[in-house]
Structure formats: C-alpha cells, structure tokens
Design a protein around this ligand. Structure first.
Ligand code: FES
Ligand code: FES
Length: 166
C-alpha cells in the first residue's frame, strides 16, 4: 500500500515518517517512534489509555489516523517530566497520592489531567471527576486519582493541598 510522508512535533522534537493511510496514531507513536507510554486498551475510544495531548486538546490516539496528525504538535507521557528530569507536579501527585495500581491507565490519565489543569487550573473535585470521565481505571476506584490531580493543582498554584476527595 502506498505510504504518505508525515511530519510532526513530538515532545518538542521534529519527527517524520512514512505511514499507510490506515495507520493509527497510537501505532505510529508506539511502533515507529518507540513511545510506548500511551497504551492500547479498547481501541474503540472508550478507555482513554491511549490519550495524548495534540494541538492543545486531549486526543484518544486509537481513533486518529497518523496522517490526520500531520503537522501536529503532540505531547506524550514521555514528554511530561520537568526539563531537569524531575517529576512534573502531576507525576509527583500520582506517586504521592497512590493514584495508580497496575499503571495501565496512568499515562492516559496524566495526559488528560494535564489538559484539564491547562483549561481549569483550580478545578473542584466534581470538575476533576467530570474532566477525567473519558478515562477508565479498573484498579483504583478513582479516589486517589482525584487526589493526585488536586495535589498537582495545589503545587502548580502554590496553594495548600487538602484531601477533599472521599
Ligand atoms: S485504546 Fe484508545 S480509548 Fe481505549
Ligand atoms: S491503575 Fe490499573 S487501570 Fe488504572
């Protein structure tokens, strides 16, 4: 099958590749770029495990063709650490608040939470729960994920973290 040349910015780096029209973005990221942080769960746009940030939006990459991302600016979980290699506020929050168990949903959760905090830097617990409602976790019951995002929001805003989630 004929391949299409695409370029994009991924985690700040300019990349290019040849893809078939049917190639999904999640497969391009994982197989061509070896960025395996975004996971493949349902492949039907339900679970959110494949979520990345694309052009300022949370995108489920199992339902985007790689050719649709031509020219896009993408951030994956691999690009979420601070420039000095330390954990970002969200990564630290998930660690400190035990926001993960098996970790399968975690990259997608963090990328979704990243966009949520960009759009709403001081969300209520309800806004967090609604904001991550497109991402499924089969382990945690969500409570500690909510706490992790509250922790990160407080750290970013320089306010005191209070464990509001019950
Ligand atoms: S693998 Fe993309 S939403 Fe589940
Ligand atoms: S930590 Fe296991 S699915 Fe979320």
């Amino acid at each position: 099958m004929a391949k299409t040349h695409i370029t994009m910015t991924v985690n700040g780096a300019e990349i290019e590749g040849l893809v078939e029209p049917r190639t999904l973005l999640i497969h391009f990221l994982r197989e061509n770029l070896n960025l395996t942080g975004a996971h493949i769960g349902c492949e039907t746009s339900h679970c959110g495990a494949c979520t990345v940030d694309m052009n300022g939006m949370s995108v489920k990459t199992c339902t985007v063709f790689a050719v649709q991302a031509d020219g896009a600016d993408i951030t994956t979980i691999e690009g979420m650490a601070n420039a000095d290699g330390t954990l970002s506020a969200l990564q630290e929050g998930f660690r400190q608040m035990h926001g993960l168990q098996c970790g399968f949903c975690t990259p997608g959760m963090i990328m979704r939470a990243h966009r949520l905090l960009q759009e709403n830097p001081d969300p209520t617990e309800e806004e967090i729960r609604i904001g991550i409602s497109g991402n499924l976790c089969r382990c945690t019951g969500y409570q500690n994920i909510v706490k992790a995002i509250q922790y990160a929001a407080a750290k970013i805003n320089g306010t005191e973290f209070t464990e509001a989630a019950q």
